[in-house]
Write a protein that binds this ligand. Structure first.
Ligand SMILES: [Zn+2]
Length: 202
């Protein structure tokens, strides 16, 4: 960052994100801005860093990151190298704001795939995509996006409660619904829980 340059505000950052999100990837921004991305064996920390050398910006990313880790680290370093943001928290906000829509879509797609295929094994994908969405939450600065993450959490809570009630009904009344729409949440039996009715039969 050149001396005398003023750090951008959260409001300005939101405006920048609004013009870019869903239109351009971090890799494309780096390419347009002639910022070179390299990969190296780094220790535990950090996952990446950037440096200005001989008139050229370089972003170095740790080898072996997952795609989710790689893209959020790249976004963070781009905030430093391209937007000249010094503050790490604001740099993380740029990455989170830019990735929000993509991760929300991935989450909904994983839920949809699970319902359509009625596959319990897909729970892992839902939990993974939810975790990568949830990780963004603390860094989001747009209230609308924060609210959407909260709505997803409430939705998951509601479905978990319904499943719990159904499991309870199965235990006490021997009721056995075959609702495909609810089958994607982890079931109590997969967590080692055996309904009383099954115990009595065996
Ligand atoms: Zn940083």
């Amino acid at each position: 960052m050149e001396s005398g340059q003023v750090e951008i505000t959260q409001e300005r950052l939101k405006q920048i994100v609004a013009t870019l999100e869903r239109r351009v990837s971090f890799d494309q921004i780096a390419s347009y801005k002639n910022i070179e991305i390299t990969y190296e064996e780094l220790g535990q920390q950090p996952k990446g860093f950037c440096e200005h050398f001989d008139g050229q910006w370089y972003i170095c990313l740790k080898q072996g990151l997952t795609e989710e880790e790689r893209e959020i680290t790249l976004g963070h370093e781009l905030a430093h190298a391209w937007l000249h943001i010094k503050n790490d928290s604001l740099a993380e906000s740029f990455a989170a704001e830019m990735l929000f829509e993509k991760r929300l879509t991935t989450f909904f797609e994983s839920v949809k795939a699970s319902i359509e295929n009625d596959a319990e094994s897909r729970n892992d994908r839902i939990l993974e995509s939810f975790a990568s969405l949830y990780l963004l939450q603390t860094h989001l600065i747009d209230d609308r996006k924060k609210g959407m993450v909260n709505a997803v959490i409430i939705g998951i809570g509601a479905v978990a409660l319904i499943r719990l009630l159904i499991a309870g009904a199965q235990v006490f009344m021997g009721w056995n619904p075959t609702s495909k729409g609810l089958s994607w949440m982890p079931s109590l039996s997969s967590a080692g829980y055996t309904p009383a009715s099954q115990v009595a039969i065996s």
